[in-house]
Design a binder for this molecule. Structure first.
Ligand code: TYM
Length: 348
């Protein structure tokens, strides 16, 4: 049977990278799934503990992410939506997997290597506390593998930055099945979304990221039309006032054309959209106005629904969604854990 699983960190309102790279695909897969397919989407609050954060912000971040998932059209009647920490089997399987996972492989993960380099280069964080690497950051991919494997997921829709983590999840399957001599766990397939990597509006060589401190680098699901337009208008491009699609030579303009293409109802490619602007006055200004309009046409309704779901009157409904989702997810996980506990001789 087909099982679709994906996860997102509870970092509050998502940005267009999350939307195009993940949420939009989740919604599409939900709508196209046949009745036998199970869909699970998790807000990964345990993973959030690996990141430096202000105390008192996690509950709000989870609630905002939940509201965003519902606003993009995930339907709790169809998709199991839950907070990771309400399904203890994720942590239990993480431990069991960590006993067959390779240290060497984990040490080679790019996210870990990047964090290592940062910690070595700068010993102080912005707030003056010492930057020390934590084990949770190192074992992060094992928890992510457990998220996926505990539900026997066959398909995992993600953006390009998660590709390596998914390869590692498959490695965990191989290691575990080999160590215990059976095909207990299922290897998942990575489904990279068409918007593989949405870039920052301030630095088109970096991906759009929630950890970026400059609010002008991202567009969020909550940004009003004027804000979206302002961020696009001030997006970093280059000194050439014409428009051409040249990702290597003109990454800023290419990022805008790609954004437009992803939001284009006619699904025109970036190159076709660029060609359409030849002969137009003020190429770049026109491009920026068109991108803003295309984004707003799709995002307006989502933004309104997002705000509705966050209204105090909806709090009870949001709680119900994750309670019910948690219950179903625990059932799904338990099926796998029976097999796993039996395999490792922890079965009753
Ligand atoms: P997270 O919360 O950083 O991102 C959630 C999803 O958004 C995608 N994404 C992007 N796609 C395109 N362009 C961008 N600029 C961009 N930024 C983010 C990510 O690829 C991801 O699909 N480790 C994961 C969360 C996780 C998970 C899982 C994912 C935990 N367990 C199991 C899949 C399966 C993460 O930090 O995603």
């Amino acid at each position: 049977p087909k099982v679709i699983f994906s996860g997102i960190q509870p970092t509050g309102v998502p940005h267009l990278g999350n939307y195009l790279g993940a949420l939009k695909q989740w919604k599409r897969m939900q709508d196209e799934a046949d009745p036998g397919t199970t869909l699970l989407f998790s807000i990964v609050d345990l993973h959030a503990l690996t990141m430096p954060r202000r105390m008192g912000t996690l509950a709000q971040g989870k609630r905002e992410m939940l509201a965003a998932l519902l606003a993009v059209g995930l339907d709790p009647q169809r998709s199991i939506i839950f907070y990771q920490s309400t399904v203890p089997a994720h942590s239990e399987l993480q431990w069991i997997l960590s006993c067959t996972a390779s240290m060497g492989y984990l040490s080679r993960m790019t996210q870990w290597k990047d964090k290592m380099a940062l910690a070595t280069n700068a010993s102080l964080q912005d707030d003056g506390t010492t930057k020390r690497l934590k084990h949770g950051l190192f074992s992060y991919p094992i928890l992510q593998a457990a998220d996926i494997l505990v539900h026997r997921a066959t398909h995992v829709p993600v953006g390009d930055d998660q590709r390596q983590h998914l390869e590692f999840a498959r490695e965990c399957v191989t290691n575990f099945n080999h160590a215990y001599g059976g095909s207990y766990l299922v290897a998942p397939q990575t489904m990279v979304s068409p918007a593989k990597r949405v870039m920052s509006l301030r630095d088109p060589t970096k991906k759009m990221s929630k950890s970026d401190l400059d609010p002008f680098s991202t567009i969020t699901l909550a940004d009003e039309a004027y804000k979206v337009q302002k961020k696009i208008t001030t997006a970093l491009t280059d000194s050439d006032p014409t428009v051409s699609y040249d990702p290597a030579g003109r990454p800023g303009v290419a990022n805008l054309l790609e954004l437009w293409s992803h939001f284009d109802p006619h699904k025109r490619t970036p190159a076709v959209l660029a060609a359409g602007l030849v002969g137009v006055q003020n190429h770049l200004g026109t491009l920026k106005a068109r991108v803003g309009q295309a984004v707003e046409a799709e995002m307006q309704e989502i933004r309104e629904r997002y705000l509705e779901f966050l209204a105090p009157g909806k709090a009870g409904y949001l709680d119900e969604v994750v309670q019910e989702g948690g219950r179903k997810a625990r059932e799904s996980a338990e099926e796998t854990m029976k097999i796993v506990r039996e395999a490792v001789e922890l079965g009753a």
